[in-house]
Design a protein around this ligand. Structure first.
Ligand code: FAD
Length: 493
């Protein structure tokens, strides 16, 4: 059997391993950490369980299709629910909005509580759908770097409709024109942060993101986000994939012909031969560490990185009925917050706070009468800032903000704490500067400035994951594995 090696067991690495095994390859996955999942990780401590990385699950069909591809029933491995309530939004002036999956109800609530109308919301979500229709086949599901993608009829149709994707104004500017009430515009500006970007710079094309959440829905795996990893690893193992943990890929080896071809991977000074190699590492480290001797695509590698995160995992002694699974406590001045992150590379003193509490649904995630809080703010990627000081100040500001908005002193309830910051995100997941989503999408050309899913220099070398095309986030990382799958021929037995 021909051999495939996958370097890194992040979500896209696992998906690639499954796809290669289904194609008939013998597959080995080398992972630097002691477990699979990369950014999709979990922490279990003092009776609390936390999903350490992603907390919002969208497009579950991209996970399910991996089971189906292998001829299995997804529900035998993995179960999830569709959320009726998507997110609770809190504003400093006392406004509270509850984004429900029932769009009519959500639009009506906006009309009742703000100066915006239900019609504004409907018009905005219609636009979001249009952008999705025009972009998804071209920007998300195909390689942008192969001529054949452009010769496709769907692509041509989309090209004729490019005027509709709103690429020539910023998201914040577009949303100001959609919504009379600035707080509603702020709610929809937030979607730029779903890929670590700045709504005051990113094109309004990012208004496509709410379409995923409001039209397709938001979901929660019944055993938490990490069960996505567990169930996919189980499937991969059943298909014969071998996982090698604590095995850091050191160098990708290739032949020295005119058009070189991959030969293998060096790990701990041992060479493992391969006919195909798929790297799931951050593309920046793939070139810096594993492909040192080939010309580096400097322009792509030096693009501005997406933002990072500062996360407090707090075990809370108490129940907070005002909060749901996903909660956003908005800053009063969004522009100031983004300017702090992107211009000053620091943290504003009134950051928007995201709180995720899975124990609202998964009781076993926290002891009785306790809750597991994942408290996150967006912060700049790591450029050597004084993080100790920034974390100390941010912690105090976050506690003050939550206590103020919930009208309750929360600090005394914190019985367990663990902290993740851009430095530890980089060291734990191999993400350059600790950015969460690879490059930022802060300009119109960002989609074209992500590395392709294949190497144009070395035959049979591919790249998957959130730092390459089509981008970051679980759904897009899974699509990168699918694009590679479509590029590699099935073996004929
Ligand atoms: P990664 O998770 O980046 O994993 C790469 C793997 O490669 C790691 O396991 C690493 O150890 C391994 N590795 C690195 N170097 C080597 C080497 N030399 N040899 C072998 N192995 C190596 N997405 C969402 O969809 N929804 C969310 O709500 C969301 N929130 C997020 C919150 C946080 C705090 C973070 C960190 C991310 C979030 N994301 C979210 C983004 C999402 O987690 C990522 O886009 C996705 O998990 C990236 O997967 P990946 O396949 O690129 O691999």
């Amino acid at each position: 059997k021909p051999k495939a090696i996958v370097i890194g067991a992040g979500i896209a690495g696992i998906a690639s391993a499954i796809r290669m095994a289904v194609k008939g390859y013998e597959v080995d996955v080398f992972e630097a950490n002691s477990n699979a999942g990369g950014k999709l990780a979990e922490i279990k401590m003092n009776g609390f369980r936390f999903d350490a990385g992603p907390s919002l699950f969208t497009m579950p069909e991209y996970v399910e299709e991996l089971f189906k591809l292998a001829g299995k029933k997804p529900e035998d491995y993995f179960d999830y629910i569709k959320l009726k309530e998507v997110c609770r939004y809190f504003y400093e002036d006392g406004l509270r909005l509850n984004a429900t999956a029932n769009l009519d109800k959500f639009a009506k609530e906006i009309e009742e509580k703000t100066e915006s109308t239900a019609e504004e919301v409907e018009r905005y979500l219609k636009k979001s759908e249009t952008i999705y229709e025009v972009t998804h086949r071209v920007f998300l599901e195909r390689s942008l770097h192969k001529l054949k993608s452009y010769l496709h009829w769907d692509t041509l149709k989309s090209v004729f409709r490019f005027g509709q994707i709103d690429a020539f104004r910023t998201q914040a500017k577009a949303n100001k024109s959609f919504f009379k009430d600035r707080r509603v515009a702020q709610l929809f500006n937030r979607y730029a942060t779903y890929n670590g970007s700045n709504p005051y710079q990113a094109p309004a094309t990012l208004n496509v993101i709410p379409h995923f959440e409001y039209h397709y829905g938001a979901f929660l795996p019944k055993k938490g986000m990490y069960s996505i990893v567990n169930s996919l690893v189980e499937l991969a193992k059943e298909l014969g994939v071998r996982f090698h943990y604590n095995q850091k890929g050191e160098e990708i080896l290739y032949s020295d012909e005119r058009k070189p071809k991959v030969k293998g991977l060096k790990v701990n000074n041992i060479i493992h031969k391969a006919d195909v190699i798929i790297s799931n590492l951050d593309i920046w480290f793939t070139y810096k560490n594993l492909l040192k001797n080939i010309p580096q695509p400097k322009k792509l590698l030096n693009q501005e990185r997406s933002s990072s995160a500062l996360i407090f995992y707090w075990g809370m002694d108490g129940n907070y009925s005002d909060l749901g699974l996903h909660n956003i406590l908005f800053t009063e001045d969004y522009q100031k917050e983004f300017s702090a992150i992107w211009k000053d590379k620091t943290i504003s003193n009134d950051p928007t706070v995201y709180i995720n509490i899975t124990s609202k649904y998964i009781r076993g995630d926290a002891p009785v009468d306790s809750e597991n809080w994942f408290v996150m703010i967006n912060v700049p990627a790591n450029n050597g800032q004084n993080w100790e000081l920034l974390i100390k100040e941010a912690r105090a500001n976050i506690i003050r903000k939550i206590s103020r908005i919930l009208n309750r002193n929360i600090e005394k309830d914190i019985v367990y704490e663990h902290v993740l910051d851009p430095r530890s995100i980089e060291s734990k997941t191999g993400s350059y500067q600790g950015s969460l989503y690879g490059n930022s999408s802060n300009n119109q050309f960002a989609a074209f400035l992500r590395h392709p899913n294949f190497s144009s220099k070395i035959e049979s070398l591919y790249f998957c994951g959130g730092s390459v095309h089509p981008g970051g986030g679980i759904p897009l990382a899974l699509l990168s594995a699918k694009i590679i799958d479509n590029e590699i021929d099935n073996l004929a037995f």
